[in-house]
Write a protein that binds this ligand. Structure first.
Ligand SMILES: [Zn+2]
Length: 85
């Protein structure tokens, strides 16, 4: 793999997440590893896919707000993601 600069890596990740809803779990896994290799935090992008099965969240997941947390239930595997508000 050719070396790329941090800003290039960042741009690649940003572009990927612009189209996250059209990606599949393998692609998401790859980008997650890529970000980890480049030591780039995914930040808010982590909220756009399931950490268990790596499927992107669409806009019709069950979302609940409870005691300062937002929870999103993955439609694919049922994993519940909690996000601190
Ligand atoms: Zn899932």
């Amino acid at each position: 793999m050719k070396k790329i600069s941090r800003s290039e890596a960042k741009e690649r990740i940003e572009k990927f997440f612009d189209y996250i809803k059209n990606k599949n779990s393998d692609e998401i896994k790859k980008v997650k590893n890529f970000a980890a290799n480049q030591k780039l935090p995914l930040g808010k992008h982590k909220e756009s896919f399931c950490k268990k099965c790596f499927m992107p969240f669409q806009s019709n997941e069950k979302i609940r707000i409870k005691r300062g947390f937002k929870t999103i239930e993955c439609k694919n595997c049922g994993e519940i993601k909690r996000i601190k508000l």
